[in-house]
Design a protein around this ligand. Sequence first.
Ligand SMILES: NC(=O)C1=CN([C@@H]2O[C@H](COP(=O)(O)OP(=O)(O)OC[C@H]3O[C@@H](n4cnc5c(N)ncnc54)[C@H](OP(=O)(O)O)[C@@H]3O)[C@@H](O)[C@H]2O)[C@H](O)CC1
Ligand SMILES: [K+]
Length: 491
Amino acid sequence: MPDKLQDILVTPAEMAAIDRDAASSGIDSFSLMRSAGTSVSAAALRLFPAALRFVVLCGPGNNGGDGYVAAAALVESGAEVAVFSFGDPAMLKGDAARARDACALTPESVEAYRPRTGDVVIDALFGAGLARDLPEPLQAVIERVNESGIPVVAVDLPSGLDGRTGEVRGASFVAAHTVTFMAAKPGHVLMPGRSRCGTLEVADIGIPARLISARAGHLRVNTPASWKDHAAALDPATHKYRRGHLGVLSGGQAATGAARLSAAVGLRAGAGLVTLASPPDALAVNAAHLTAVMLKEVRNASDLAAWLKDKRLNAFVLGPGFGIGKKARDFALMLCDRALVLDADGMTSFSEGRAELFERIAQGGGDVVMTPHEGEFVRLFPEVAADARLSKIEKAAAAAKLSHAVIVLKGPDTVIADPSGRAVVNANAPPWLATAGSGDVLAGIVGAHLAQGMPAFEAAAAAVWRHGEAGTRAGRTATAETLVDHIPPLA
Ligand SMILES: NC(=O)C1=CN([C@@H]2O[C@H](COP(=O)(O)OP(=O)(O)OC[C@H]3O[C@@H](n4cnc5c(N)ncnc54)[C@H](OP(=O)(O)O)[C@@H]3O)[C@@H](O)[C@H]2O)[C@H](O)CC1
Ligand SMILES: [K+]
């Protein structure tokens, strides 16, 4: 795959436009289908050399066409092959009809398929053209195959998965391997889609990269390529103030641990200095637990205003364990014109009165990153959360636009979006990263990056990636504390 396309995510609608562009630039569309189908047959033969029979399930569109090409290629390889179709194969049109004609096998109705030991299913029912929930009889076939444990190789997407959202439309195959074409789609990386694709192979079927780049939006998988230019600019040898001074705001006596985690990881993640701002009742407990992190008494808004006179303090984390209410709102509004990570209680405090926050963020010109999990997102952006048509990427982007902040919508498929519509989907987080305090650690890494002068979007994307890597390095028994010890280098 050309390097340029490595991390790009292309929506099904963009892919359809790319197909049209390819055809109008003179590329033979049937040759694309032939490449698509033969890359699927090659994958099936490579991955399942001991298959007793390949069962190709073909749908009513071009995904089915790819299936007929694959079936013919498998027959040619000497394998035992059966074809089952959904819909009348005589109704196929264009390239798909041509592919059907080039396949010598006579399809049976898909509802007649009964899984047999030794079968490998090639799922070519629907790909990019899935437009609605699957009909009941097809759902039953899919569930039968899933229950049988027979391996499935999916063409483009496991049928039933929506390529734009990753949602299941009634039922979907759970594939062992998916072969998609030219670029991954959002449905391959968003949940639950990602968990149903098996290993993902992106096959080059010969569409020029320039046609893909011309149509693709600003959507990518989150890899270091998304932010490494900004990371490389950070010079670890610079004076400690030049690596930034991060302020983390602690909650009261009974809830100090969360902010201390953010502060501790802030140093690990590269902030030159980190100061924990503590209310008087929590000073003693914080002091007892800190070494390299500094401590400062901040009782109220006027203390904060006095502290903010130190312009070297260039980024803040507000929210972990802070407490919900007016104090959090007042503090957040004061910090909006510096780089700020608004997390947890910091966000929830604005379940009412968010308009003032969003306005301040817009006016502030600072870099503000908000890091909601799903529940916090519903509280802060109820109208966006309730819009069932939107994918997780589209939700994060809509919230970013509304709030003028960079949004980190957390989960196993964390999405980072900025107000301009740029978005990345993270895919390196192990499941055990969902542990108590994990979000506090993430907020601290984002804060450290902001303190080092990274722009908000890159700061957030890099933090989510490092957090995921730390989870992998810390292993299954990871706790928030051990994550701190496993943060990988930034560059
Ligand atoms: N990307 C490329 O360059 C290439 C892609 N190829 C393959 O083509 C498919 C996309 O083909 P398309 O024909 O657009 O779509 P599908 O085959 O996925 O499905 C369309 C047909 O399915 C019907 N449909 C849709 N949803 C349902 C449903 N829930 N239940 C029943 N039927 C459904 C739809 O009918 P309509 O009534 O909605 O029109 C269509 O008949 C892509 O995924 C690749 O595999 C090329 O082969 C190579 C180039
Ligand atoms: K499919």
